[in-house]
Design a protein around this ligand. Sequence first.
Ligand code: PSV
Ligand code: MN
Length: 396
Amino acid sequence: MTSKETEKVFRALETLRIELPSWGFANTGTRFGKFLQPAAATSLEEKFSDAGQVHALTGACPTMALHVLWDLPKGVAGSRDVINLANRYGVQPGAVNPNLFQDQIYKHGSFGNPDPDVRKIALEHVVESTAIAKALNSRDISLWFADGSNYPGTANIRRRKKWFEELLRTAHTALSSGQRMLVEYKPFEPAFYHTDIADWGMALLLARAAGPQAKVLVDTGHHYLSQNIEQIVAWLLSEEMLGGFHFNDRRYADDDLTLGSIDPYQVFRIFHEIHYFEWETGSHADIAYMVDQSHNLKGKIEATIQTVTFAQELFAKAALVDHKRLAAAQHKADLIPAESCLQDAFASDVRPAIREWRRSKGLPDSPMQAFHESGYLERISLERAERNMSTAASYA
Ligand code: PSV
Ligand code: MN
């Protein structure tokens, strides 16, 4: 690798900050059951502690996303405790995720519920979540709605769209000037006939209806099979509407697998669109890179370290695309040279340059190895095992 390429890798890594999800450290499962891990976090303090480990070893994860119901059941009143934990463990609160899907009242939806009382409660929860975010000094309110229906004819799709527009607009008025609202889409699950915000076009229209501080959030697991995600990313960039990502990988549905484990070239292509946009426009794309994975089989902290370091690798590879050569080849419709620009960069081994960058930051060469050698996993496994093993739940 030339020194110019090493420099590109360094520059890319300097800008990549990856937010970790608090729920990625807790015991989660499938519809069929949970496989409990002795080291899983069962309190917010343990989640901060685990996220702190990942950040200390990778130097790339200064924030942790919070889910209001799971992490802040006391609402705004709980924010002081959160700030204390954040300071103790060296990881600041990240995006605040309201929970509009777990309460019994949300059986038929939240913002799309035909009952005005339920819609009002849902709106109040989003407004309260915005106040929590302000108290925590976090910028983004990240909205995902499970709303939808399971059977044709059972929901008034157009009316629900109107309710979403109205309520998002009202929720937007609660934002302070630096805050953003992120609107996430998902084609199905838990609803299996229609989902109110099913794709990026619907999320874009609703974000536009909400107001200027609303942007779209792309969860990489929330698309139909074979959908061209990098094209969606390119369009959202060009519309200045790409607010953030939820990273994970999938083979079938929203599988929550580690990023790039199934299709690393797709993640590379997504990163390439971002680098290419920045090169062409000379502007910085203000994107929140967040992980949204819950690990049922892999060790949670290890899976998170693996995700972060692999994201760094793919981001660095994408930074190596020769943009000038690419633009010229595209201009002449010189297909094979154009395609080779991407393939050459993808084939580059960026690991030595990443190791060098880590050394320059006083970070371990291999965060994973350093984690294994640290004894942290053994310690928390002993400390937490008893509590974890007593929380087994059945879906029967
Ligand atoms: C829904 O599948 C989702 O992707 C949303 O982002 C939620 O907040 C998250 O998963 C956790 O359930
Ligand atoms: Mn998500």
